[in-house]
Design a protein around this ligand. Structure first.
Ligand code: NZQ
Ligand code: ZN
Length: 389
């Protein structure tokens, strides 16, 4: 394990079909004024809203709602929520939804007591909060982002064509608890389910494809990847398979809760490319990642050859006999591509509404990070987007 690091993740997880029964005891720890944050209405259709409201009423909480948090939540919606939460004198934010709703709740948490513009402070200047923040709790209904157990909050500014994630340093921004009932995810449309599955897989790749040392994080990552591949194939055929859906939910959390990044420089360039696509197309997060992944990984393969060989053999069971290292690595990526197509993922950005004329904006919107096997320049980024069309 390279480098010095600390590890602390205070989110308490309640997992399983009876997880919501733990909500009253958790709510007791916080004040009476609760802001309930949710999305565009799926929780009203599938009954989760009613179940949560029953608990809130029984706990005698005063509830103010912020509804309509959209996928890829916007800065305008954030500012609207800040006003509502201030007027409600909120003590606690309960997010019921997927990554968008939970991210939004965290962004709200750091903005309620900040007088300036939260977009500029947290997303353009990447500052940490110096005001009081509010505790957040989560009831998870969509699996993929890991937002239920991390301090990340992604916000989109459509006017500036920017979608930016801030991973806050202070672990008190992580949800205090997360209720994780796999049954809640059974009403997800197939498109969202597989998009979330690819998001999980890519989170693991982003951390795995960096570094050359012998690192425990890589072994954990390989186990998680094999579990995602196995369970995703079962869930793709039978979305009601509880065992598969529960494994997918659990791997999502461990893929991005700060564990497997330890001792790693981490890459995250697929996310940077994908977020640029999301900012101009408003496409579903996981699909923006799948659409750029193969051109990106094929491009960086020669720079991280050793790791791509290990990935092929360990994760995809590629038989190395008679093959050169490059052939083994390419066979690994081919197996990954085959799996992605099997799930029905979007494999190019054209299908998400992007076109060649958007490439300059996409390049401008891509933040260049330096932790992976190749630090890209703008020309290379433009090439990768062209290959992704
Ligand atoms: O809005 P509603 O009506 O609830 O519908 C949602 C939404 O349309 C629907 N949905 C959620 N649970 C459902 C359901 N439909 C039926 N049944 C259910 N049980 O699913 C749609 C997508 O929800 P969303 O929350 O947008 O999905 P996801 O969890 O993928 O979150 C995406 C956001 O998270 C950010 C992304 O960039 C994006 O903005 N990310 C956050 C990260 C983090 N915090 O660490 C990391 C990720 O890489 C990602 O960037
Ligand atoms: Zn992601």
């Amino acid at each position: 394990m390279l480098g010095d690091f600390s590890y602390c993740n205070p989110t308490k997880l309640y997992f399983g079909e009876h997880a919501l029964e733990q909500l009253p005891a958790e709510l007791q720890k916080y004040g009476d004024h609760i802001v309930l944050v949710y999305g565009g209405g799926s929780i009203k259709k599938n009954g989760i809203y009613d179940d949560v409201m029953k608990v809130l009423k029984k706990s005698e909480k005063t509830v103010t709602e912020i509804s309509g948090v959209m996928p890829n939540p916007t800065v305008a919606k954030l500012k609207e929520g800040v006003q509502i939460a201030r007027d409600a004198k909120a003590d606690f934010i309960l997010a019921v939804g997927g990554g968008s709703v939970i991210d939004y709740a965290k962004a709200l948490s750091v903005s309620i007591n900040y007088d300036g513009d939260p977009w500029e402070k947290y997303y353009l200047r990447f500052e940490e909060p110096d005001c009081e923040t509010l505790p957040v709790g989560a009831v998870l209904t969509m699996v993929g982002t890991g937002s239920e157990m991390n301090a990340g909050a992604v916000i989109t500014n459509p006017d500036q064509k920017l979608k930016i994630g801030h991973v806050f340093k202070d672990e008190k921004i992580m949800p205090r608890f997360a209720i994780m009932n796999p049954r809640y995810t059974m009403t997800l449309p197939h498109y969202q389910m597989v998009s979330g599955i690819y998001d999980i897989f890519n989170h693991i790749c982003e951390q795995y494809f960096s570094g050359e040392d012998d690192n425990t994080s890589d072994y954990i990552a390989e186990g998680l990847m094999r579990s995602v591949i196995h369970s995703s194939r079962l869930a793709n055929k039978d979305p009601q398979n509880y065992e598969a859906r529960s494994n997918i939910m659990w791997t999502a959390t461990w893929a991005l809760n700060t564990l497997i990044e330890k001792g790693k420089s981490t890459d995250w360039m697929v996310h940077m490319l994908g977020q640029a696509v999301g900012a101009v197309t408003n496409a579903t997060h996981g699909m923006t990642l799948s659409a750029v992944s193969m051109p990106y990984y094929r491009y960086i393969l020669p720079y991280g050859l050793k790791k791509f060989v290990r990935f092929a053999e360990t994760v995809w069971d590629v038989n190395p006999e008679g093959k050169s290292d490059t052939e083994i690595a390419e066979a690994g990526l081919a197996a990954m591509e085959q799996w992605m197509k099997e799930l029905g993922l979007v494999m190019n950005i054209t299908d998400l509404g992007a076109n060649e004329s958007m490439i300059p904006d996409l390049v401008k919107g891509t933040i260049i990070l330096k932790g992976g096997y190749k630090v890209l320049d703008e020309k290379e980024i433009a090439e990768i987007f062209k290959e992704s069309l």
